[in-house]
Write a protein that binds this ligand. Structure first.
Ligand SMILES: [Zn+2]
Length: 362
Protein backbone atom coordinates (compact mmCIF):
# COMPACT_ATOMS: atom_id res chain seq x y z
CA UNK A 1 0.00 0.00 0.00
CA UNK A 2 1.69 3.20 -1.17
CA UNK A 3 -1.41 5.29 -0.74
CA UNK A 4 -4.61 4.90 1.26
CA UNK A 5 -7.02 2.51 -0.35
CA UNK A 6 -10.13 3.54 1.51
CA UNK A 7 -12.47 6.42 0.85
CA UNK A 8 -13.42 7.15 4.46
CA UNK A 9 -11.51 6.93 7.72
CA UNK A 10 -13.12 8.00 10.99
CA UNK A 11 -15.61 10.60 9.82
CA UNK A 12 -13.21 12.02 7.26
CA UNK A 13 -13.31 11.68 3.51
CA UNK A 14 -9.94 10.47 2.25
CA UNK A 15 -8.34 12.37 -0.61
CA UNK A 16 -5.11 11.03 -2.06
CA UNK A 17 -3.33 13.85 -3.87
CA UNK A 18 0.37 13.09 -4.15
CA UNK A 19 2.68 16.06 -4.77
CA UNK A 20 4.86 16.29 -7.85
CA UNK A 21 8.41 15.03 -7.80
CA UNK A 22 11.22 17.44 -8.40
CA UNK A 23 11.74 19.44 -5.22
CA UNK A 24 13.67 17.29 -2.73
CA UNK A 25 13.00 19.78 0.06
CA UNK A 26 9.37 18.67 -0.17
CA UNK A 27 9.47 15.23 -1.82
CA UNK A 28 12.92 13.79 -1.11
CA UNK A 29 12.11 10.43 -2.71
CA UNK A 30 14.13 8.39 -0.25
CA UNK A 31 12.45 4.98 -0.16
CA UNK A 32 10.98 4.29 3.28
CA UNK A 33 9.67 1.26 5.10
CA UNK A 34 7.44 3.09 7.56
CA UNK A 35 7.91 1.83 11.12
CA UNK A 36 6.80 4.84 13.17
CA UNK A 37 4.09 7.48 13.15
CA UNK A 38 4.78 11.06 14.23
CA UNK A 39 1.90 13.25 15.40
CA UNK A 40 1.83 16.99 14.82
CA UNK A 41 -0.44 19.96 15.11
CA UNK A 42 -0.05 22.29 12.16
CA UNK A 43 0.93 25.25 14.34
CA UNK A 44 -1.31 27.33 12.08
CA UNK A 45 -4.44 28.57 13.82
CA UNK A 46 -5.31 31.06 11.07
CA UNK A 47 -8.74 31.09 9.54
CA UNK A 48 -9.13 28.58 6.73
CA UNK A 49 -5.92 26.69 7.60
CA UNK A 50 -7.68 23.38 7.09
CA UNK A 51 -6.47 20.15 5.49
CA UNK A 52 -7.34 21.32 1.99
CA UNK A 53 -5.32 24.50 2.47
CA UNK A 54 -2.34 22.50 3.69
CA UNK A 55 -2.70 20.28 0.65
CA UNK A 56 -2.61 23.32 -1.63
CA UNK A 57 0.36 24.71 0.28
CA UNK A 58 2.47 21.57 -0.01
CA UNK A 59 1.59 21.22 -3.71
CA UNK A 60 2.68 24.80 -4.29
CA UNK A 61 5.93 24.24 -2.40
CA UNK A 62 6.63 21.06 -4.40
CA UNK A 63 6.50 23.04 -7.63
CA UNK A 64 8.92 25.77 -6.54
CA UNK A 65 12.69 25.57 -6.99
CA UNK A 66 14.29 24.01 -3.89
CA UNK A 67 16.04 27.19 -2.78
CA UNK A 68 12.69 28.99 -2.53
CA UNK A 69 11.25 26.46 -0.09
CA UNK A 70 12.31 24.81 3.16
CA UNK A 71 12.79 21.22 4.17
CA UNK A 72 9.22 20.72 5.27
CA UNK A 73 6.78 18.02 4.27
CA UNK A 74 4.55 15.40 5.79
CA UNK A 75 2.27 12.59 4.65
CA UNK A 76 -1.18 13.53 5.89
CA UNK A 77 -3.16 16.64 6.82
CA UNK A 78 -6.26 15.91 8.86
CA UNK A 79 -9.18 18.09 9.88
CA UNK A 80 -12.77 17.49 10.99
CA UNK A 81 -13.91 16.57 7.48
CA UNK A 82 -10.92 15.47 5.41
CA UNK A 83 -7.76 13.41 5.38
CA UNK A 84 -5.44 14.50 2.58
CA UNK A 85 -2.50 12.29 1.67
CA UNK A 86 0.36 14.27 0.09
CA UNK A 87 3.21 11.74 -0.10
CA UNK A 88 3.36 7.98 -0.72
CA UNK A 89 3.70 5.81 2.37
CA UNK A 90 6.90 4.29 1.05
CA UNK A 91 8.69 7.60 0.69
CA UNK A 92 10.04 9.77 3.48
CA UNK A 93 9.15 13.34 4.39
CA UNK A 94 10.79 16.13 6.39
CA UNK A 95 8.76 16.60 9.57
CA UNK A 96 10.55 15.34 12.69
CA UNK A 97 13.42 17.85 12.77
CA UNK A 98 16.04 15.22 13.53
CA UNK A 99 18.13 15.21 10.40
CA UNK A 100 18.26 12.99 7.36
CA UNK A 101 20.39 10.09 8.56
CA UNK A 102 19.05 6.60 8.08
CA UNK A 103 17.08 5.67 11.18
CA UNK A 104 16.10 9.25 11.94
CA UNK A 105 12.41 10.00 12.36
CA UNK A 106 12.52 11.71 9.00
CA UNK A 107 13.48 8.41 7.38
CA UNK A 108 11.14 6.02 9.19
CA UNK A 109 8.09 7.94 10.38
CA UNK A 110 4.83 8.81 8.70
CA UNK A 111 3.97 12.42 9.50
CA UNK A 112 0.39 13.34 10.41
CA UNK A 113 -0.57 16.99 10.81
CA UNK A 114 -3.75 17.73 12.75
CA UNK A 115 -5.30 21.06 11.74
CA UNK A 116 -6.00 23.63 14.44
CA UNK A 117 -7.53 26.55 12.53
CA UNK A 118 -9.75 28.79 14.67
CA UNK A 119 -12.74 28.41 12.38
CA UNK A 120 -12.79 24.61 12.67
CA UNK A 121 -16.18 23.74 14.12
CA UNK A 122 -15.15 20.53 15.82
CA UNK A 123 -11.45 20.21 16.59
CA UNK A 124 -12.15 17.09 18.62
CA UNK A 125 -13.39 15.37 15.46
CA UNK A 126 -10.10 16.26 13.72
CA UNK A 127 -8.26 14.43 16.50
CA UNK A 128 -10.67 11.51 16.26
CA UNK A 129 -10.08 11.31 12.51
CA UNK A 130 -6.33 11.38 13.11
CA UNK A 131 -6.66 8.61 15.67
CA UNK A 132 -8.69 6.53 13.24
CA UNK A 133 -6.03 7.12 10.58
CA UNK A 134 -3.25 6.11 12.97
CA UNK A 135 -5.12 2.94 13.93
CA UNK A 136 -5.66 2.15 10.27
CA UNK A 137 -1.97 2.66 9.45
CA UNK A 138 -0.83 0.66 12.48
CA UNK A 139 -2.90 -2.24 11.23
CA UNK A 140 -1.97 -2.00 7.56
CA UNK A 141 1.74 -1.33 8.10
CA UNK A 142 2.21 -3.45 11.22
CA UNK A 143 3.34 -0.51 13.32
CA UNK A 144 3.37 -1.03 17.07
CA UNK A 145 1.57 1.46 19.33
CA UNK A 146 4.92 2.16 21.03
CA UNK A 147 6.12 3.57 17.71
CA UNK A 148 3.38 6.20 17.60
CA UNK A 149 5.04 9.32 18.98
CA UNK A 150 4.70 13.07 19.27
CA UNK A 151 6.97 15.23 17.13
CA UNK A 152 8.45 16.27 20.50
CA UNK A 153 9.96 12.80 20.98
CA UNK A 154 12.20 13.28 17.95
CA UNK A 155 13.55 16.79 18.21
CA UNK A 156 12.15 18.26 21.41
CA UNK A 157 9.88 20.65 19.51
CA UNK A 158 6.72 21.50 21.45
CA UNK A 159 4.46 19.67 19.00
CA UNK A 160 1.64 18.63 18.73
CA UNK A 161 1.14 21.83 20.66
CA UNK A 162 -2.66 21.77 21.09
CA UNK A 163 -2.54 18.24 22.50
CA UNK A 164 0.52 18.81 24.70
CA UNK A 165 -0.86 22.06 26.07
CA UNK A 166 -4.28 20.63 26.86
CA UNK A 167 -3.18 17.26 28.25
CA UNK A 168 0.17 18.23 29.74
CA UNK A 169 1.88 15.40 27.83
CA UNK A 170 1.27 12.99 24.96
CA UNK A 171 0.12 10.19 27.28
CA UNK A 172 -3.64 10.79 27.17
CA UNK A 173 -3.69 11.04 23.40
CA UNK A 174 -1.57 7.91 23.18
CA UNK A 175 -4.07 6.12 25.43
CA UNK A 176 -6.91 7.20 23.14
CA UNK A 177 -5.07 5.61 20.21
CA UNK A 178 -4.54 2.42 22.21
CA UNK A 179 -8.25 2.31 23.07
CA UNK A 180 -9.27 2.91 19.48
CA UNK A 181 -6.94 0.21 18.23
CA UNK A 182 -8.82 -2.29 20.41
CA UNK A 183 -11.84 -1.58 18.25
CA UNK A 184 -13.49 0.77 20.74
CA UNK A 185 -13.65 3.78 18.44
CA UNK A 186 -13.97 4.57 14.77
CA UNK A 187 -12.84 2.03 12.22
CA UNK A 188 -12.32 2.65 8.54
CA UNK A 189 -15.65 2.39 6.76
CA UNK A 190 -15.76 1.74 3.07
CA UNK A 191 -13.26 0.25 0.71
CA UNK A 192 -12.38 2.29 -2.36
CA UNK A 193 -11.92 0.66 -5.72
CA UNK A 194 -8.74 1.03 -7.72
CA UNK A 195 -8.86 3.72 -10.37
CA UNK A 196 -11.29 2.42 -12.86
CA UNK A 197 -13.41 5.37 -13.88
CA UNK A 198 -13.58 5.14 -17.60
CA UNK A 199 -11.86 8.10 -19.16
CA UNK A 200 -10.98 6.56 -22.52
CA UNK A 201 -12.01 8.81 -25.37
CA UNK A 202 -12.47 11.90 -23.22
CA UNK A 203 -10.58 15.10 -23.92
CA UNK A 204 -8.11 16.27 -21.29
CA UNK A 205 -7.37 19.95 -21.41
CA UNK A 206 -4.83 22.14 -19.65
CA UNK A 207 -6.33 24.63 -17.21
CA UNK A 208 -2.89 25.68 -16.03
CA UNK A 209 -2.50 29.43 -16.46
CA UNK A 210 1.28 29.70 -16.02
CA UNK A 211 3.08 31.17 -19.03
CA UNK A 212 5.45 28.19 -19.21
CA UNK A 213 2.56 25.81 -19.90
CA UNK A 214 1.82 22.36 -18.55
CA UNK A 215 4.46 19.66 -19.13
CA UNK A 216 3.72 16.46 -20.97
CA UNK A 217 6.06 13.52 -21.43
CA UNK A 218 7.09 10.94 -24.02
CA UNK A 219 7.12 8.18 -21.38
CA UNK A 220 4.99 7.25 -18.39
CA UNK A 221 7.11 9.22 -15.92
CA UNK A 222 7.35 12.68 -14.42
CA UNK A 223 11.08 12.67 -15.13
CA UNK A 224 12.14 15.87 -16.91
CA UNK A 225 14.37 13.84 -19.19
CA UNK A 226 11.26 12.65 -21.01
CA UNK A 227 9.51 15.99 -21.19
CA UNK A 228 8.05 16.18 -24.69
CA UNK A 229 6.49 19.61 -24.63
CA UNK A 230 4.05 21.91 -22.88
CA UNK A 231 0.36 22.60 -23.21
CA UNK A 232 -0.98 26.14 -23.05
CA UNK A 233 -4.23 26.87 -21.25
CA UNK A 234 -7.14 25.42 -23.22
CA UNK A 235 -5.06 22.97 -25.26
CA UNK A 236 -5.42 19.24 -24.83
CA UNK A 237 -5.35 15.66 -26.04
CA UNK A 238 -7.58 12.62 -26.28
CA UNK A 239 -7.28 10.29 -23.31
CA UNK A 240 -6.29 6.69 -23.99
CA UNK A 241 -6.28 5.59 -20.35
CA UNK A 242 -5.36 6.49 -16.79
CA UNK A 243 -2.24 4.84 -15.42
CA UNK A 244 -0.72 4.48 -11.97
CA UNK A 245 2.73 6.07 -12.24
CA UNK A 246 5.36 6.71 -9.60
CA UNK A 247 2.89 6.69 -6.74
CA UNK A 248 0.64 9.06 -8.63
CA UNK A 249 -1.39 8.93 -11.83
CA UNK A 250 -0.95 9.96 -15.44
CA UNK A 251 -3.20 10.12 -18.43
CA UNK A 252 -1.87 8.32 -21.44
CA UNK A 253 -3.04 10.53 -24.29
CA UNK A 254 -2.74 10.97 -28.05
CA UNK A 255 -2.74 13.97 -30.31
CA UNK A 256 -4.61 14.30 -33.60
CA UNK A 257 -1.75 12.53 -35.40
CA UNK A 258 -1.93 9.59 -33.04
CA UNK A 259 1.32 10.39 -31.22
CA UNK A 260 1.21 9.12 -27.66
CA UNK A 261 2.17 11.21 -24.60
CA UNK A 262 1.72 11.15 -20.84
CA UNK A 263 0.55 13.93 -18.55
CA UNK A 264 -0.66 14.74 -15.05
CA UNK A 265 -4.19 13.91 -13.89
CA UNK A 266 -4.14 16.53 -11.14
CA UNK A 267 -7.46 18.38 -11.34
CA UNK A 268 -5.86 21.66 -10.44
CA UNK A 269 -4.05 21.61 -13.79
CA UNK A 270 -6.31 19.68 -16.11
CA UNK A 271 -9.97 19.10 -16.75
CA UNK A 272 -11.75 16.30 -18.56
CA UNK A 273 -14.45 16.87 -21.13
CA UNK A 274 -16.76 14.75 -23.22
CA UNK A 275 -17.96 11.22 -22.88
CA UNK A 276 -15.82 8.21 -22.08
CA UNK A 277 -16.04 5.22 -24.39
CA UNK A 278 -16.65 1.81 -22.91
CA UNK A 279 -13.18 0.29 -22.59
CA UNK A 280 -12.18 -3.22 -21.70
CA UNK A 281 -11.44 -3.55 -18.02
CA UNK A 282 -7.85 -4.25 -17.08
CA UNK A 283 -7.49 -7.84 -16.02
CA UNK A 284 -6.38 -8.04 -12.44
CA UNK A 285 -6.39 -11.78 -11.91
CA UNK A 286 -4.39 -14.38 -13.79
CA UNK A 287 -6.45 -16.29 -16.31
CA UNK A 288 -6.12 -19.94 -17.18
CA UNK A 289 -3.42 -20.93 -19.64
CA UNK A 290 -3.68 -19.06 -22.88
CA UNK A 291 -1.12 -18.67 -25.55
CA UNK A 292 -2.88 -15.77 -27.19
CA UNK A 293 -2.82 -13.08 -24.52
CA UNK A 294 -2.79 -9.77 -26.38
CA UNK A 295 0.53 -7.99 -26.05
CA UNK A 296 -0.01 -4.42 -24.93
CA UNK A 297 3.60 -3.36 -24.77
CA UNK A 298 7.10 -4.05 -23.57
CA UNK A 299 8.86 -3.26 -20.32
CA UNK A 300 12.51 -3.25 -19.44
CA UNK A 301 13.56 -4.40 -15.98
CA UNK A 302 16.03 -1.56 -15.48
CA UNK A 303 15.56 -0.45 -11.89
CA UNK A 304 17.02 -3.46 -10.10
CA UNK A 305 20.54 -4.27 -8.96
CA UNK A 306 20.39 -7.81 -10.21
CA UNK A 307 16.89 -9.20 -10.63
CA UNK A 308 13.32 -9.00 -9.40
CA UNK A 309 10.87 -11.83 -8.92
CA UNK A 310 8.04 -12.71 -11.26
CA UNK A 311 4.94 -13.43 -9.22
CA UNK A 312 1.76 -15.36 -9.93
CA UNK A 313 -0.44 -12.58 -8.58
CA UNK A 314 -0.29 -8.93 -7.51
CA UNK A 315 1.21 -9.70 -4.13
CA UNK A 316 4.74 -10.51 -3.07
CA UNK A 317 3.17 -13.29 -1.02
CA UNK A 318 1.96 -14.99 -4.16
CA UNK A 319 3.91 -17.76 -5.88
CA UNK A 320 7.31 -16.88 -7.35
CA UNK A 321 7.34 -18.11 -10.94
CA UNK A 322 10.82 -16.96 -11.91
CA UNK A 323 13.26 -14.08 -12.01
CA UNK A 324 13.46 -11.08 -14.30
CA UNK A 325 17.08 -10.04 -14.61
CA UNK A 326 18.38 -6.50 -14.96
CA UNK A 327 17.89 -5.04 -18.43
CA UNK A 328 15.79 -7.96 -19.62
CA UNK A 329 12.63 -7.08 -21.51
CA UNK A 330 9.19 -8.62 -21.16
CA UNK A 331 5.91 -8.27 -22.98
CA UNK A 332 3.09 -6.88 -20.91
CA UNK A 333 -0.60 -7.60 -21.13
CA UNK A 334 -1.54 -4.53 -19.14
CA UNK A 335 -0.94 -2.89 -15.84
CA UNK A 336 -2.68 -2.76 -12.49
CA UNK A 337 -1.80 -0.35 -9.69
CA UNK A 338 1.82 -0.99 -8.59
CA UNK A 339 2.32 -3.98 -10.91
CA UNK A 340 2.98 -4.76 -14.53
CA UNK A 341 1.02 -7.67 -15.84
CA UNK A 342 3.64 -9.51 -17.87
CA UNK A 343 3.38 -12.50 -20.17
CA UNK A 344 5.64 -15.20 -18.77
CA UNK A 345 5.81 -18.65 -20.34
CA UNK A 346 2.52 -17.94 -22.09
CA UNK A 347 0.70 -16.97 -18.91
CA UNK A 348 -0.12 -13.78 -17.12
CA UNK A 349 2.29 -12.97 -14.30
CA UNK A 350 3.29 -9.90 -12.34
CA UNK A 351 6.39 -7.80 -11.85
CA UNK A 352 6.56 -4.85 -9.47
CA UNK A 353 6.05 -1.68 -11.41
CA UNK A 354 8.79 0.21 -9.56
CA UNK A 355 11.50 -2.09 -10.92
CA UNK A 356 10.78 -1.64 -14.61
CA UNK A 357 10.07 1.01 -17.24
CA UNK A 358 7.69 0.95 -20.15
CA UNK A 359 9.67 1.03 -23.38
CA UNK A 360 6.75 0.66 -25.73
CA UNK A 361 3.01 0.59 -25.38
CA UNK A 362 0.37 0.08 -28.04
ZN1 LIG B 1 5.37 18.95 14.43
Amino acid sequence: MKTLEVSTIGKAKVIVDIVAKGNPEVRPEYPMIPSEIACHNTGNSGRGANAEMHNRYIHNMALLPPQDTRYASWHFSVDEYFIYQHLPLDENAWHTGDGEEEGSGNRVAIGIEICEHVDQKNYHQAEENAIALIVYLMDKLKINIQKVKPHQAYSGKYCPRVILKRDGSFTKFHNRIAEASKGAVSKPVSVAKPVSKNVTGMRVESIYKGAEGLDFYSKATFNDKYKAGTLKYGYGFEVIEKLAVEGSYMYKVKNSKGQVFYMTTYNKYVKLEGEGKPAPKPVAKPKPVSSDIPIKGTIKVDKVNNFTYIYSDTSDKSKVLGKAYKNSTMHIAGSVPDWFEVIFKGKRAYVKEKYASVISYR
